[in-house]
Design a binder for this molecule. Structure first.
Ligand code: ADP
Length: 504
Protein backbone atom coordinates (compact mmCIF):
# COMPACT_ATOMS: atom_id res chain seq x y z
CA UNK A 1 0.00 0.00 0.00
CA UNK A 2 1.16 3.56 -0.55
CA UNK A 3 2.45 5.65 2.25
CA UNK A 4 -1.01 6.68 3.47
CA UNK A 5 -0.79 6.80 7.20
CA UNK A 6 1.50 9.74 7.67
CA UNK A 7 -0.33 12.49 9.42
CA UNK A 8 -1.06 15.77 7.67
CA UNK A 9 0.35 14.67 4.37
CA UNK A 10 -0.29 17.40 1.86
CA UNK A 11 -3.28 16.65 -0.41
CA UNK A 12 -1.15 17.59 -3.39
CA UNK A 13 1.25 14.69 -3.03
CA UNK A 14 0.31 12.22 -5.78
CA UNK A 15 -0.49 8.66 -4.77
CA UNK A 16 1.63 5.97 -6.26
CA UNK A 17 -0.24 3.09 -7.79
CA UNK A 18 2.66 0.67 -7.96
CA UNK A 19 1.46 -2.65 -6.54
CA UNK A 20 2.26 -6.29 -7.20
CA UNK A 21 -1.46 -7.19 -6.96
CA UNK A 22 -4.25 -6.54 -9.41
CA UNK A 23 -7.43 -4.72 -8.41
CA UNK A 24 -9.49 -7.85 -8.28
CA UNK A 25 -7.30 -9.69 -5.80
CA UNK A 26 -7.14 -6.61 -3.61
CA UNK A 27 -10.93 -6.33 -3.62
CA UNK A 28 -11.24 -10.01 -2.67
CA UNK A 29 -8.78 -9.46 0.14
CA UNK A 30 -10.90 -6.68 1.61
CA UNK A 31 -14.24 -8.32 0.90
CA UNK A 32 -13.30 -11.56 2.67
CA UNK A 33 -10.69 -10.21 5.06
CA UNK A 34 -11.08 -10.39 8.83
CA UNK A 35 -11.41 -6.63 9.41
CA UNK A 36 -14.83 -4.97 9.10
CA UNK A 37 -14.52 -2.17 6.55
CA UNK A 38 -16.94 0.56 5.54
CA UNK A 39 -16.42 3.33 2.98
CA UNK A 40 -18.22 6.67 3.28
CA UNK A 41 -18.55 9.59 0.95
CA UNK A 42 -17.95 13.15 2.13
CA UNK A 43 -21.58 13.49 3.31
CA UNK A 44 -21.33 10.42 5.49
CA UNK A 45 -23.34 8.10 3.18
CA UNK A 46 -22.24 4.47 3.02
CA UNK A 47 -20.54 3.50 -0.25
CA UNK A 48 -19.36 0.01 0.57
CA UNK A 49 -19.23 -2.53 3.40
CA UNK A 50 -17.53 -5.95 3.46
CA UNK A 51 -18.64 -9.30 4.87
CA UNK A 52 -16.89 -8.83 8.18
CA UNK A 53 -19.00 -5.70 8.66
CA UNK A 54 -22.15 -7.75 8.09
CA UNK A 55 -21.09 -10.24 10.74
CA UNK A 56 -20.49 -7.36 13.12
CA UNK A 57 -23.84 -5.52 12.80
CA UNK A 58 -26.11 -7.99 11.04
CA UNK A 59 -26.98 -5.81 8.03
CA UNK A 60 -25.79 -7.03 4.65
CA UNK A 61 -24.15 -4.74 2.13
CA UNK A 62 -27.32 -4.08 0.16
CA UNK A 63 -29.10 -2.85 3.29
CA UNK A 64 -26.35 -0.41 4.06
CA UNK A 65 -25.24 1.09 0.78
CA UNK A 66 -26.58 4.58 0.08
CA UNK A 67 -27.80 5.04 3.70
CA UNK A 68 -26.30 7.70 5.96
CA UNK A 69 -23.98 6.24 8.58
CA UNK A 70 -25.63 8.50 11.19
CA UNK A 71 -28.91 6.62 10.95
CA UNK A 72 -27.06 3.62 12.48
CA UNK A 73 -25.22 5.53 15.19
CA UNK A 74 -26.47 5.76 18.77
CA UNK A 75 -28.09 9.20 19.35
CA UNK A 76 -25.71 9.92 22.25
CA UNK A 77 -22.68 9.33 20.01
CA UNK A 78 -23.85 11.24 16.93
CA UNK A 79 -22.35 14.55 18.04
CA UNK A 80 -18.93 13.04 18.76
CA UNK A 81 -18.82 11.14 15.47
CA UNK A 82 -19.86 14.26 13.53
CA UNK A 83 -17.00 16.21 15.13
CA UNK A 84 -14.56 13.38 14.44
CA UNK A 85 -15.54 13.15 10.78
CA UNK A 86 -15.37 16.92 10.36
CA UNK A 87 -11.81 16.91 11.72
CA UNK A 88 -10.92 14.01 9.52
CA UNK A 89 -12.28 15.66 6.39
CA UNK A 90 -10.57 18.99 7.07
CA UNK A 91 -7.18 17.37 7.67
CA UNK A 92 -6.44 14.93 4.92
CA UNK A 93 -5.21 11.47 5.89
CA UNK A 94 -5.31 11.85 9.64
CA UNK A 95 -6.26 8.56 11.16
CA UNK A 96 -8.52 9.05 14.11
CA UNK A 97 -9.54 6.31 16.43
CA UNK A 98 -12.49 6.37 18.78
CA UNK A 99 -15.41 4.26 19.97
CA UNK A 100 -19.08 4.60 19.23
CA UNK A 101 -22.21 2.49 19.17
CA UNK A 102 -23.80 1.15 15.95
CA UNK A 103 -27.23 -0.39 15.79
CA UNK A 104 -27.30 -4.13 15.16
CA UNK A 105 -29.97 -5.42 12.83
CA UNK A 106 -31.58 -7.07 15.87
CA UNK A 107 -32.11 -3.60 17.35
CA UNK A 108 -29.45 -3.74 20.06
CA UNK A 109 -26.46 -1.39 20.22
CA UNK A 110 -22.88 -2.58 19.77
CA UNK A 111 -19.83 -0.76 21.03
CA UNK A 112 -17.25 -0.65 18.23
CA UNK A 113 -13.78 0.71 17.96
CA UNK A 114 -13.22 2.52 14.69
CA UNK A 115 -10.11 3.60 12.84
CA UNK A 116 -11.09 6.26 10.33
CA UNK A 117 -8.83 7.56 7.58
CA UNK A 118 -9.51 10.13 4.97
CA UNK A 119 -8.79 8.73 1.52
CA UNK A 120 -11.27 11.04 -0.24
CA UNK A 121 -8.45 12.37 -2.38
CA UNK A 122 -7.14 8.95 -3.27
CA UNK A 123 -7.63 8.59 -7.03
CA UNK A 124 -8.91 5.02 -6.81
CA UNK A 125 -10.56 4.89 -3.40
CA UNK A 126 -12.03 8.44 -3.05
CA UNK A 127 -13.74 7.66 0.26
CA UNK A 128 -13.45 7.83 4.02
CA UNK A 129 -12.34 4.40 5.15
CA UNK A 130 -13.66 3.10 8.44
CA UNK A 131 -12.18 -0.06 9.93
CA UNK A 132 -14.37 -1.39 12.75
CA UNK A 133 -13.52 -3.75 15.57
CA UNK A 134 -15.80 -5.12 18.29
CA UNK A 135 -15.33 -3.23 21.56
CA UNK A 136 -18.44 -4.42 23.37
CA UNK A 137 -16.62 -6.83 25.64
CA UNK A 138 -14.21 -4.21 26.84
CA UNK A 139 -16.98 -1.54 27.01
CA UNK A 140 -19.44 -3.69 28.94
CA UNK A 141 -16.76 -4.76 31.27
CA UNK A 142 -15.79 -1.16 31.90
CA UNK A 143 -19.31 0.02 32.46
CA UNK A 144 -20.01 -2.95 34.74
CA UNK A 145 -16.87 -2.19 36.66
CA UNK A 146 -17.82 1.48 36.76
CA UNK A 147 -21.24 0.64 38.07
CA UNK A 148 -19.79 -1.68 40.68
CA UNK A 149 -17.26 0.96 41.68
CA UNK A 150 -19.93 3.66 41.96
CA UNK A 151 -22.14 1.34 43.97
CA UNK A 152 -19.24 0.51 46.30
CA UNK A 153 -18.50 4.20 46.76
CA UNK A 154 -22.16 4.98 47.48
CA UNK A 155 -22.34 2.18 50.03
CA UNK A 156 -19.08 3.30 51.59
CA UNK A 157 -20.17 6.92 51.91
CA UNK A 158 -23.63 5.99 53.17
CA UNK A 159 -21.97 3.65 55.69
CA UNK A 160 -19.64 6.40 56.87
CA UNK A 161 -22.39 9.02 57.09
CA UNK A 162 -24.66 6.75 59.07
CA UNK A 163 -21.93 5.44 61.36
CA UNK A 164 -20.33 8.68 62.55
CA UNK A 165 -21.46 9.95 65.91
CA UNK A 166 -21.78 13.44 64.49
CA UNK A 167 -24.98 15.04 63.35
CA UNK A 168 -24.68 15.84 59.63
CA UNK A 169 -27.11 17.98 57.72
CA UNK A 170 -27.22 19.11 54.09
CA UNK A 171 -28.73 22.52 53.30
CA UNK A 172 -29.62 24.15 50.02
CA UNK A 173 -28.65 27.71 49.06
CA UNK A 174 -31.74 29.03 50.88
CA UNK A 175 -30.59 27.27 54.07
CA UNK A 176 -33.41 24.74 53.85
CA UNK A 177 -32.77 21.21 55.09
CA UNK A 178 -32.36 18.75 52.23
CA UNK A 179 -31.26 15.73 54.24
CA UNK A 180 -29.76 14.73 57.56
CA UNK A 181 -28.09 11.54 58.79
CA UNK A 182 -29.57 9.06 61.29
CA UNK A 183 -27.55 10.49 64.15
CA UNK A 184 -29.02 13.94 63.53
CA UNK A 185 -32.58 12.61 63.85
CA UNK A 186 -31.63 10.55 66.88
CA UNK A 187 -29.75 13.38 68.58
CA UNK A 188 -32.36 16.08 68.02
CA UNK A 189 -35.23 13.60 68.30
CA UNK A 190 -36.62 14.81 65.01
CA UNK A 191 -38.28 13.10 62.07
CA UNK A 192 -37.31 13.71 58.43
CA UNK A 193 -40.88 14.87 57.75
CA UNK A 194 -40.59 17.63 60.34
CA UNK A 195 -37.35 19.11 59.13
CA UNK A 196 -36.87 18.40 55.41
CA UNK A 197 -37.60 21.52 53.40
CA UNK A 198 -37.62 23.68 56.54
CA UNK A 199 -35.18 26.58 56.94
CA UNK A 200 -32.48 25.80 59.49
CA UNK A 201 -33.29 29.05 61.25
CA UNK A 202 -36.83 27.81 61.92
CA UNK A 203 -35.85 24.41 63.33
CA UNK A 204 -36.87 23.68 66.93
CA UNK A 205 -37.66 26.96 68.57
CA UNK A 206 -35.11 28.98 66.62
CA UNK A 207 -31.93 27.67 68.34
CA UNK A 208 -30.02 27.90 65.05
CA UNK A 209 -31.15 31.42 64.37
CA UNK A 210 -27.91 33.00 65.57
CA UNK A 211 -26.80 36.14 63.69
CA UNK A 212 -23.11 35.14 63.57
CA UNK A 213 -23.93 31.60 62.40
CA UNK A 214 -26.27 33.04 59.78
CA UNK A 215 -23.49 35.27 58.52
CA UNK A 216 -21.02 32.36 58.33
CA UNK A 217 -23.49 30.01 56.62
CA UNK A 218 -24.57 32.58 54.08
CA UNK A 219 -20.99 33.34 53.15
CA UNK A 220 -20.16 29.72 52.27
CA UNK A 221 -21.72 29.45 48.82
CA UNK A 222 -20.89 32.86 47.31
CA UNK A 223 -17.29 32.83 48.52
CA UNK A 224 -16.63 29.07 48.96
CA UNK A 225 -15.49 29.90 52.46
CA UNK A 226 -15.83 26.97 54.88
CA UNK A 227 -15.87 27.49 58.64
CA UNK A 228 -14.66 25.30 61.49
CA UNK A 229 -15.16 25.27 65.22
CA UNK A 230 -18.13 27.63 65.61
CA UNK A 231 -19.55 27.03 69.06
CA UNK A 232 -23.26 27.02 69.78
CA UNK A 233 -24.53 26.66 73.34
CA UNK A 234 -28.27 26.31 73.67
CA UNK A 235 -31.26 24.33 74.90
CA UNK A 236 -32.32 21.98 72.12
CA UNK A 237 -35.74 20.31 72.18
CA UNK A 238 -35.36 16.64 72.98
CA UNK A 239 -31.70 16.87 74.03
CA UNK A 240 -31.63 19.70 76.55
CA UNK A 241 -28.70 22.01 77.15
CA UNK A 242 -25.88 21.27 74.72
CA UNK A 243 -22.62 22.75 73.53
CA UNK A 244 -22.11 22.06 69.82
CA UNK A 245 -19.08 22.64 67.65
CA UNK A 246 -20.08 23.35 64.07
CA UNK A 247 -18.09 22.89 60.86
CA UNK A 248 -19.52 23.65 57.44
CA UNK A 249 -18.39 23.57 53.85
CA UNK A 250 -19.63 23.72 50.29
CA UNK A 251 -20.63 20.59 48.34
CA UNK A 252 -20.59 20.92 44.56
CA UNK A 253 -23.08 18.48 43.08
CA UNK A 254 -22.27 18.34 39.39
CA UNK A 255 -25.05 15.86 38.66
CA UNK A 256 -27.82 18.27 39.67
CA UNK A 257 -25.71 21.31 38.82
CA UNK A 258 -26.28 22.89 42.23
CA UNK A 259 -24.32 23.68 45.35
CA UNK A 260 -25.18 22.51 48.84
CA UNK A 261 -23.85 23.10 52.32
CA UNK A 262 -22.74 20.25 54.54
CA UNK A 263 -23.01 21.15 58.21
CA UNK A 264 -21.47 18.87 60.85
CA UNK A 265 -22.37 19.27 64.52
CA UNK A 266 -20.13 17.74 67.15
CA UNK A 267 -21.52 17.50 70.66
CA UNK A 268 -18.80 18.74 73.01
CA UNK A 269 -21.01 19.16 76.08
CA UNK A 270 -19.26 16.36 77.99
CA UNK A 271 -15.81 17.58 77.00
CA UNK A 272 -16.68 21.09 78.16
CA UNK A 273 -18.06 19.69 81.40
CA UNK A 274 -14.85 17.70 82.00
CA UNK A 275 -12.79 20.83 81.36
CA UNK A 276 -14.95 22.78 83.77
CA UNK A 277 -14.48 20.11 86.45
CA UNK A 278 -10.73 20.18 85.87
CA UNK A 279 -10.71 23.97 86.18
CA UNK A 280 -12.79 23.77 89.37
CA UNK A 281 -10.37 21.24 90.77
CA UNK A 282 -7.39 23.46 89.94
CA UNK A 283 -9.02 26.45 91.66
CA UNK A 284 -9.89 24.40 94.72
CA UNK A 285 -6.49 22.68 94.98
CA UNK A 286 -4.55 25.92 94.54
CA UNK A 287 -6.66 27.71 97.13
CA UNK A 288 -6.20 24.86 99.57
CA UNK A 289 -2.43 24.86 98.99
CA UNK A 290 -2.05 28.60 99.22
CA UNK A 291 -2.80 28.96 102.95
CA UNK A 292 -0.41 26.27 104.30
CA UNK A 293 2.38 27.42 101.95
CA UNK A 294 1.93 31.05 103.05
CA UNK A 295 2.18 30.06 106.71
CA UNK A 296 5.20 27.80 106.01
CA UNK A 297 6.84 30.79 104.33
CA UNK A 298 6.03 32.96 107.39
CA UNK A 299 7.48 30.41 109.85
CA UNK A 300 10.60 30.02 107.67
CA UNK A 301 11.20 33.77 107.87
CA UNK A 302 10.78 33.72 111.70
CA UNK A 303 13.26 30.83 111.94
CA UNK A 304 15.67 32.63 109.60
CA UNK A 305 15.77 35.73 111.81
CA UNK A 306 16.19 33.60 115.00
CA UNK A 307 19.05 31.58 113.50
CA UNK A 308 20.66 34.76 112.24
CA UNK A 309 20.70 36.16 115.80
CA UNK A 310 22.28 32.94 117.02
CA UNK A 311 24.81 33.01 114.15
CA UNK A 312 23.89 29.45 113.13
CA UNK A 313 25.29 29.60 109.57
CA UNK A 314 24.78 25.94 108.64
CA UNK A 315 21.07 25.89 109.56
CA UNK A 316 20.63 29.27 107.90
CA UNK A 317 21.93 27.72 104.68
CA UNK A 318 19.32 24.94 104.88
CA UNK A 319 16.59 27.46 105.67
CA UNK A 320 17.58 29.55 102.62
CA UNK A 321 17.23 26.48 100.44
CA UNK A 322 13.87 25.72 102.04
CA UNK A 323 12.80 29.30 101.39
CA UNK A 324 13.88 29.00 97.74
CA UNK A 325 11.74 25.88 97.30
CA UNK A 326 8.80 27.61 99.02
CA UNK A 327 9.14 30.51 96.54
CA UNK A 328 8.98 28.04 93.71
CA UNK A 329 5.88 26.44 95.20
CA UNK A 330 4.28 29.86 95.73
CA UNK A 331 4.93 30.71 92.07
CA UNK A 332 3.33 27.46 90.93
CA UNK A 333 0.25 28.06 93.06
CA UNK A 334 0.03 31.63 91.82
CA UNK A 335 0.21 30.38 88.21
CA UNK A 336 -2.59 27.90 88.87
CA UNK A 337 -4.75 30.59 90.44
CA UNK A 338 -4.01 32.95 87.57
CA UNK A 339 -4.92 30.22 85.12
CA UNK A 340 -8.41 29.83 86.50
CA UNK A 341 -8.85 33.59 86.83
CA UNK A 342 -7.74 34.00 83.24
CA UNK A 343 -10.26 31.37 82.13
CA UNK A 344 -13.12 33.09 83.88
CA UNK A 345 -11.99 36.50 82.63
CA UNK A 346 -11.21 37.76 86.14
CA UNK A 347 -7.71 39.03 85.67
CA UNK A 348 -7.94 42.80 85.59
CA UNK A 349 -4.79 44.73 84.69
CA UNK A 350 -3.52 47.36 87.11
CA UNK A 351 -2.09 49.68 84.51
CA UNK A 352 0.38 52.50 84.99
CA UNK A 353 3.47 53.90 83.29
CA UNK A 354 6.16 51.19 83.38
CA UNK A 355 9.87 51.82 82.91
CA UNK A 356 10.79 48.82 80.77
CA UNK A 357 14.55 49.06 81.34
CA UNK A 358 14.05 49.11 85.09
CA UNK A 359 11.63 46.20 84.94
CA UNK A 360 14.14 44.15 82.92
CA UNK A 361 17.05 44.99 85.22
CA UNK A 362 15.03 44.13 88.38
CA UNK A 363 13.83 40.80 86.98
CA UNK A 364 17.31 39.89 85.74
CA UNK A 365 18.70 40.75 89.18
CA UNK A 366 16.23 38.27 90.73
CA UNK A 367 17.28 35.65 88.21
CA UNK A 368 20.97 36.14 89.01
CA UNK A 369 20.12 35.14 92.58
CA UNK A 370 18.71 31.77 91.56
CA UNK A 371 20.57 30.82 88.35
CA UNK A 372 24.19 30.41 87.38
CA UNK A 373 23.80 31.46 83.70
CA UNK A 374 25.27 34.83 82.62
CA UNK A 375 22.50 37.31 81.82
CA UNK A 376 23.61 39.93 79.27
CA UNK A 377 21.28 42.90 78.93
CA UNK A 378 21.57 44.94 75.72
CA UNK A 379 19.66 48.21 75.82
CA UNK A 380 20.20 51.19 73.55
CA UNK A 381 17.57 53.58 74.86
CA UNK A 382 15.12 54.09 77.70
CA UNK A 383 11.61 52.91 76.95
CA UNK A 384 8.45 53.26 78.99
CA UNK A 385 5.13 51.68 78.19
CA UNK A 386 1.69 51.69 79.72
CA UNK A 387 0.78 48.42 81.38
CA UNK A 388 0.57 46.23 84.48
CA UNK A 389 4.10 46.10 85.91
CA UNK A 390 3.54 43.04 88.05
CA UNK A 391 2.03 41.05 85.18
CA UNK A 392 4.73 42.11 82.72
CA UNK A 393 7.35 41.09 85.25
CA UNK A 394 5.63 37.72 85.50
CA UNK A 395 5.93 37.34 81.70
CA UNK A 396 9.62 38.24 81.64
CA UNK A 397 10.37 36.03 84.64
CA UNK A 398 8.68 33.12 82.97
CA UNK A 399 10.68 33.63 79.76
CA UNK A 400 13.91 33.88 81.73
CA UNK A 401 13.14 30.81 83.86
CA UNK A 402 12.39 28.87 80.67
CA UNK A 403 15.57 30.16 78.99
CA UNK A 404 17.58 28.81 81.93
CA UNK A 405 15.61 25.60 82.22
CA UNK A 406 15.81 24.68 78.53
CA UNK A 407 19.50 25.54 78.06
CA UNK A 408 21.24 23.33 80.62
CA UNK A 409 24.39 23.04 78.51
CA UNK A 410 24.74 26.76 77.77
CA UNK A 411 25.93 29.50 80.09
CA UNK A 412 24.61 32.68 78.48
CA UNK A 413 21.21 34.34 78.08
CA UNK A 414 20.84 37.61 76.16
CA UNK A 415 18.05 40.09 76.86
CA UNK A 416 17.54 42.95 74.41
CA UNK A 417 15.36 46.03 74.74
CA UNK A 418 14.62 48.11 71.66
CA UNK A 419 11.82 49.90 69.88
CA UNK A 420 10.35 50.19 66.40
CA UNK A 421 8.02 53.00 65.31
CA UNK A 422 5.05 51.89 67.37
CA UNK A 423 6.30 49.04 69.50
CA UNK A 424 8.58 48.32 72.40
CA UNK A 425 10.47 45.05 71.92
CA UNK A 426 11.93 42.84 74.61
CA UNK A 427 13.62 39.63 73.55
CA UNK A 428 15.05 36.76 75.55
CA UNK A 429 17.55 34.59 73.70
CA UNK A 430 18.93 31.31 74.96
CA UNK A 431 21.34 28.84 73.39
CA UNK A 432 19.64 25.64 74.47
CA UNK A 433 17.56 22.84 73.03
CA UNK A 434 15.34 25.07 70.85
CA UNK A 435 11.78 24.41 69.67
CA UNK A 436 10.78 22.73 66.41
CA UNK A 437 8.63 24.78 64.04
CA UNK A 438 5.62 22.47 64.52
CA UNK A 439 5.60 23.13 68.27
CA UNK A 440 6.16 26.87 68.18
CA UNK A 441 2.49 27.88 68.29
CA UNK A 442 1.41 24.94 70.44
CA UNK A 443 3.64 25.91 73.37
CA UNK A 444 1.20 28.77 74.05
CA UNK A 445 -1.64 26.30 74.66
CA UNK A 446 -2.61 25.34 78.21
CA UNK A 447 -0.64 22.37 79.58
CA UNK A 448 1.30 21.89 76.34
CA UNK A 449 4.82 20.58 76.73
CA UNK A 450 7.02 19.56 73.83
CA UNK A 451 6.98 15.77 73.88
CA UNK A 452 10.53 15.05 72.75
CA UNK A 453 11.81 16.92 75.79
CA UNK A 454 9.57 14.89 78.11
CA UNK A 455 12.26 12.32 78.60
CA UNK A 456 14.53 15.07 79.84
CA UNK A 457 14.40 16.06 83.46
CA UNK A 458 12.49 19.35 82.99
CA UNK A 459 9.85 20.06 85.57
CA UNK A 460 6.85 22.28 84.90
CA UNK A 461 3.14 22.32 84.25
CA UNK A 462 2.98 23.75 80.75
CA UNK A 463 1.02 26.84 81.77
CA UNK A 464 3.71 29.56 81.98
CA UNK A 465 3.68 30.43 78.29
CA UNK A 466 -0.11 30.24 78.11
CA UNK A 467 -0.34 32.82 80.91
CA UNK A 468 2.44 34.97 79.43
CA UNK A 469 0.79 35.02 76.05
CA UNK A 470 -2.61 35.89 77.54
CA UNK A 471 -1.09 38.72 79.58
CA UNK A 472 0.73 40.12 76.54
CA UNK A 473 -2.43 39.84 74.44
CA UNK A 474 -4.31 41.83 77.08
CA UNK A 475 -1.67 44.51 76.63
CA UNK A 476 -2.48 44.41 72.87
CA UNK A 477 0.93 42.93 72.19
CA UNK A 478 2.21 39.56 70.94
CA UNK A 479 4.92 36.99 71.56
CA UNK A 480 6.87 35.46 68.68
CA UNK A 481 9.28 32.57 68.74
CA UNK A 482 12.35 32.32 66.55
CA UNK A 483 14.03 29.00 66.99
CA UNK A 484 15.74 26.02 65.43
CA UNK A 485 16.00 22.75 67.34
CA UNK A 486 19.43 22.49 68.92
CA UNK A 487 20.26 26.12 68.32
CA UNK A 488 18.38 27.82 71.12
CA UNK A 489 15.28 29.97 71.11
CA UNK A 490 14.45 33.66 71.05
CA UNK A 491 11.15 34.83 72.52
CA UNK A 492 10.28 38.27 71.22
CA UNK A 493 7.65 40.31 73.09
CA UNK A 494 6.17 43.31 71.26
CA UNK A 495 4.10 45.82 73.22
CA UNK A 496 2.42 48.90 71.80
CA UNK A 497 3.95 52.27 72.65
CA UNK A 498 0.82 54.08 71.57
CA UNK A 499 -0.98 54.12 74.90
CA UNK A 500 2.01 55.67 76.61
CA UNK A 501 2.14 58.48 74.05
CA UNK A 502 -1.57 59.08 74.55
CA UNK A 503 -0.85 59.43 78.26
CA UNK A 504 2.08 61.80 77.81
P1 ADP B 1 6.69 24.54 81.35
O1 ADP B 1 6.21 24.66 82.75
O2 ADP B 1 6.58 23.17 80.81
O3 ADP B 1 8.02 25.16 81.13
P2 ADP B 1 5.70 26.64 79.61
O4 ADP B 1 4.28 26.99 79.27
O5 ADP B 1 6.51 27.72 80.19
O6 ADP B 1 5.61 25.37 80.53
O7 ADP B 1 6.38 26.11 78.30
C1 ADP B 1 5.70 25.15 77.50
C2 ADP B 1 6.70 24.27 76.77
O8 ADP B 1 7.40 25.04 75.81
C3 ADP B 1 7.76 23.69 77.65
O9 ADP B 1 7.32 22.50 78.28
C4 ADP B 1 8.90 23.43 76.66
O10 ADP B 1 8.67 22.21 76.01
C5 ADP B 1 8.74 24.57 75.66
N1 ADP B 1 9.64 25.70 75.92
C6 ADP B 1 9.36 26.85 76.57
N2 ADP B 1 10.41 27.69 76.58
C7 ADP B 1 11.40 27.06 75.90
C8 ADP B 1 12.75 27.40 75.56
N3 ADP B 1 13.30 28.57 75.90
N4 ADP B 1 13.46 26.51 74.84
C9 ADP B 1 12.92 25.33 74.47
N5 ADP B 1 11.67 24.94 74.77
C10 ADP B 1 10.91 25.79 75.48
Amino acid sequence: MPDQQHENTSPDIPYTTATPYDQQSLHALIEHGPEAVMLLNEDGHILYTNQAMTSLIGYDTAELIGRPLFSFIHPEDVETVRERLATLISATLIINTHEHRLRHKRGSWRWLEVNASNLLKHPEIGAIVLAYRDASHHRNLTSQQNKAFLKDMQDLIAGMVETVRQALIVLDGEMRVIKANEYFYEFFQAHPREIEGVSIYELGSGQWNIPRLKELLERILPTNNPFDGFEVENDFPGTGHRVLLLNARQLKLHGIGQERILLACEDITERREAERRKDDFIVMASHELKTPVTSLKGFTQILQSRFKKRGDEQDLHFLARMDGQLNKLTRLIKDLLDLSRMRSGELPLQESLVDLNELVQDTVADMREIATHRFLVEESERISIYGDRERLEQVLLNLLVNAVKYSPEADKIVIRISRTGEEALVSVQDFGIGIAEADQQKVFERFYQVSDTKARPFSGMGIGLYLSNEIVKRHHGRIEIHSQPGEGATFLVSLPLLKMEEQA
